[in-house]
Design a protein. Structure first.
Length: 166
């Protein structure tokens, strides 16, 4: 009987491990999301593992040589209870797959829970602790807010995870 299990990878070796496992004939699920990366004056979004240090593998422990996974480049070990790999429930895997978009990425922090005109609070950055009105989001998952500064409404864009409901 085939089921999904989790494997612990070496640091930043998820892609390498997934590639080697696929070449060995295993079905692999390595969910990723876009993570904000800031360097110098440049900010961009890069795909990163949703669960750093882990990936999922479909195995049949009675038929497939699952112990070979432990010797695969990039893999530390298979998560086990006793001698058999621990099963990850199918609903968990199905939920992860259902949340993936066409490019295989999972949207994480989004501000879609806010309604236009709703009062929010900016918690981080130079605008930290200010109240604002939620206006919308842009294509890079940043939040556009209207701040009341010196009696005028000023539009500002902040990171999607820096805004919270009041």
């Amino acid at each position: 009987m085939t089921y999904w299990c989790a494997a612990h990878t070496h640091i930043n070796a998820e892609d390498v491990a997934a590639g080697h496992l696929i070449r060995q004939g295993f079905e692999v699920l390595l969910p990723k999301h876009l993570k904000r990366r800031a360097h110098a004056r440049r900010v961009d979004w890069v795909p990163k593992p949703l669960f750093p240090g882990y990936l999922f593998i479909a195995i049949d422990p009675d038929r497939a040589p699952w112990r070979a996974i432990r010797g695969t480049v990039g893999i530390r070990d298979v998560i086990r209870f006793g001698e058999k790999p621990a099963a990850v429930p199918d609903p968990v895997i199905n939920e992860i797959r259902a949340r993936q978009d066409d490019s295989g990425l999972i949207r994480t922090r989004t501000a879609t829970g806010f309604k236009q005109g709703e009062t929010v609070q900016v918690k981080r950055g130079p605008l930290g602790e200010l109240e604002a009105l939620f206006e919308g989001t842009d294509e890079r998952n940043r939040v556009v807010v209207l701040l009341d500064l010196l009696g005028r409404k000023v539009r500002a864009t902040v990171s999607g995870d820096a805004v919270f409901a009041i």
